[in-house]
Design a protein around this ligand. Structure first.
Ligand code: GSH
Length: 226
């Protein structure tokens, strides 16, 4: 019997749910996407209909009919998908140290990369506040420098192989042209490759994966960009 589709609440632009799309595609998991708007109107993340599902009023949010599990927080959703569907261990690592390191980087992504990149984008493109833009861009650069340092002599963050830790960074890193716009040293991909060579090679390696390419194609389709 074919697997039942996972009910997946998402947003066309917001990067966090797109992490999960990479994992759906990596593992061939069927899913049905519902795209919400931001804000309190009907069909919005802050409308009472959705707040009953996720009191945080944010996406992603899933319901898996196979297990009845309902879940939010993109990195937890990815971990759930892997636990249920990664039967051949595409994303598994050996040993307690590496298992904890995967969790460490998922925590770093959720606490540092996601929120800081989001605030840098809002400061420049919505609030149009030069001081805040400079402040948050400095934090964005510190976040990337951290990953660049961790990748010295390595192709992947943990265990010499692809894990959820690596893929969790991809959607926000794909937005860096917009996030670092105007920065003298790191505004373009070419500049970033010079400043953070380990990070840049890793990012390009991740983007070449077929599942990431598929995610980018779907993203462009739903954003009406092709
Ligand atoms: N830590 C959460 C963040 C979720 C999040 O902020 N999602 C954004 C879309 S990328 C959202 O729903 N924003 C709506 C809002 O904040 O009102 C995760 O990783 O899932």
């Amino acid at each position: 019997m074919a697997a039942q589709e996972i009910d997946f609440y998402s947003h066309r632009e917001g990067p966090n749910p797109w992490k999960n799309v990479i994992i759906f595609e990596e593992l061939g998991i069927p899913y049905k996407a519902t795209y919400l708007d931001f804000g309190p109107n009907k069909g919005g993340v802050e409308h009472e209909d959705f707040l009953k599902k996720n009191p945080a009023g944010r996406v992603p949010w899933i319901k898996d009919p196979a297990t009845g599990i309902e879940l939010t927080e993109s990195n937890l959703v990815s971990q759930y998908l892997v636990e249920q569907h990664d039967k051949i261990g595409i994303f598994s690592v050996r040993g307690a140290q590496d298992e904890w390191l995967v969790k460490q980087w998922l925590g770093f992504q959720a606490a540092s990369q996601g929120p800081i990149f989001a605030q840098a984008l809002i400061a420049q493109h919505i609030l149009k506040n030069p001081e805040s833009t400079k402040h948050f861009q400095a934090l964005v650069k510190r976040t990337i420098a951290t990953v660049n340092r961790a990748l010295e002599g390595k192709e992947y963050l943990v265990g010499g192989k692809i894990t959820l830790a690596d893929l969790s960074f991809v959607p926000w890193d794909l937005a860096l042209d917009v996030i670092l716009m105007g920065d003298a040293e790191t505004a373009t991909a070419e500049q970033r490759a010079k400043v953070w060579p380990n990070w840049s090679a890793w990012h390009n390696r991740l983007v070449q994966r077929p599942a990431v390419q598929k995610m980018i194609t779907i993203q462009k389709q739903v954003q009406g960009k092709n």
